[in-house]
Design a protein around this ligand. Structure first.
Ligand code: PGA
Length: 257
């Protein structure tokens, strides 16, 4: 079974409304239809509605985070309840920057995932090891613990509605990436862990992306690895031409499959 390839841009705390307008004025010229590729962007929360109005065709718009709560006295949060209203169908959860700066934990990611699933929103779940853990050869141990906690009480039927993004912390925004073999082996390891937590069917269906310093020069060799179903891209997603170069490479590659 050939899984779709996901090319997802994470704009982080970048782009105001006029910059989003400028981005889509260029990117919309490149939009195409494909059953084999999913592509789109996560603007800041304040840019969501604007991006949704401007985006064309099958470009998806994601949120960068969401509360595990639905409504109530939770100042400063945004909820699945409102994201549904805007017709946002994907949310990044557990990104390492929300873990580092906003105190997000694996337990909280688990709660967010359950809330997303109960609202039919696809969580793009970020996991990955720190540089110290990588150097101490603890990556598999860290990933196992993260996956076990994050998927706790997620039902088998819901597990296939999730996306995993493997993002080593030391690769994010650093210009460094693991070797292709490491990326392939670790995505395979994540798939085998999902098989243990659920079953073979879930493991075969669940998209597993790689993220961390992916750009127009290395995207194709990474995303075309058999175990890798796409990428979560920060820096290189800010420029519509660079991002389109990545999408175009993957489009050409999938059309030969
Ligand atoms: P980067 O960010 O592509 O700039 O390394 C990736 C991410 O944080 O998802």
């Amino acid at each position: 079974m050939l899984r779709k390839k996901y090319i997802l841009g994470n704009w982080k705390l970048n782009k105001n409304l006029s910059e989003i307008t400028k981005f889509f004025a260029v990117f919309n010229k490149f939009v195409f239809r494909s059953e084999k590729i999913v592509y789109g962007f996560a603007p800041t929360h304040l840019g969501l509605a604007h991006a949704l109005n401007l985006k064309k065709g099958q470009t998806i718009i994601m949120a960068q985070d969401v509360s595990e709560k639905i409504q109530g006295s939770y100042t400063g949060q945004i909820s699945c309840y409102t994201l549904k209203d805007l017709d946002v169908k994907y949310v990044i959860v557990g990104h390492s920057e929300t873990r580092q700066y906003l105190g997000c934990t694996d337990e909280l990611v688990n709660a967010k995932v359950l809330t997303c699933l109960s609202h039919n929103i696809t969580p793009v779940i970020c996991i990955g090891e720190s540089l110290k853990q990588y150097e101490n050869k603890q990556t598999k141990q860290v990933l196992t613990k993260q996956l076990t906690t994050i998927f706790n009480t997620v039902r088998v039927n819901d597990a296939t509605k999730c996306i995993i993004a493997y993002e080593p912390l030391w690769a994010i925004g650093s210009g460094k990436t693991p070797t292709l073999k490491e990326i392939s082996d670790l995505c395979e390891f994540i798939r085998s862990t999902i098989k243990k937590l659920f079953n073979d069917n879930v493991a075969k269906q669940l998209p597993i992306l790689y993220g961390g310093s992916v750009n127009e020069s290395n995207a194709l060799e990474i995303i075309s690895l058999p175990n890798v179903d796409g990428s979560l891209i920060g820096g290189a997603s800010l420029d519509p031409i660079k991002f389109n170069a990545i999408v175009k490479d993957i489009k050409q590659w999938t059309s030969k499959k």
